[in-house]
Design a protein around this ligand. Structure first.
Ligand SMILES: [Zn+2]
Length: 185
């Protein structure tokens, strides 16, 4: 068989299979709607199995990833007063997946400090968008305050002497650029 013939045969096979599936599934749908015994059996077997094993699978994946169980996560959340550890919100803001387990990517699973806390969706994705960088987040804080290091609470990072640069190159107040702030550094 030439490659072209092979390709045509495979397409033909796929079409035949799809046609069969449509016909087969249509029959099953009718039976599901009209035969209570068939419906109960299906729910009992396939769907019930799926639901019970789905949770087991999810639990396993979670434990493999974070090294703690769902119960341990819930205990951590309870210790935080049922609130996001970063913003203190009672709402996790996630549509379906609930609270986020935040871990330190620089540490290994099981190491102390690997699990940093339980966060809401906004805080967790926020940290990710700032590349989990304390420096970038500090920079962002300075940026939204519209100041340079003069108002920073941490003189160890930004220097103790207030900055004298008052204006941006465009002359706007706020978001002042200072040569001592290591932008993009
Ligand atoms: Zn939060």
């Amino acid at each position: 068989m030439t490659p072209k013939q092979k390709y045509r045969a495979s397409i033909k096979g796929q079409v035949t299979e799809a046609k069969y599936k449509i016909k087969h599934n249509a029959g099953r749908r009718v039976r599901y709607a009209t035969d209570p015994g068939f419906r109960a059996g299906l729910l009992e077997s396939a769907v019930g199995y799926y639901i019970s094993h789905r949770e087991r699978g999810l639990r396993y994946v979670y434990f493999k990833k974070y090294g703690i169980t769902w119960e341990e996560r819930d205990a951590l959340l309870a210790a935080q007063g049922g609130r996001c550890k970063l913003c203190g919100d009672h709402d996790h803001h996630a549509k379906s997946r609930g609270w986020h387990t935040d871990h330190d990517p620089a540490k290994k699973k099981g190491e102390p400090g690997f699990i940093r806390g339980i966060l809401c969706l906004n805080c967790n994705t926020g940290l990710g968008r700032f590349k989990e960088s304390a420096k970038l987040l500090e920079q962002a804080a300075l940026y939204i305050r519209g100041t340079c290091h003069a108002s920073s609470e941490d003189p160890a990072i930004w220097g103790a002497t207030p900055c004298m640069v008052a204006e941006t190159p465009a002359g706007r107040p706020g978001n002042q650029f200072c040569e001592r702030v290591p932008f993009f550094g």
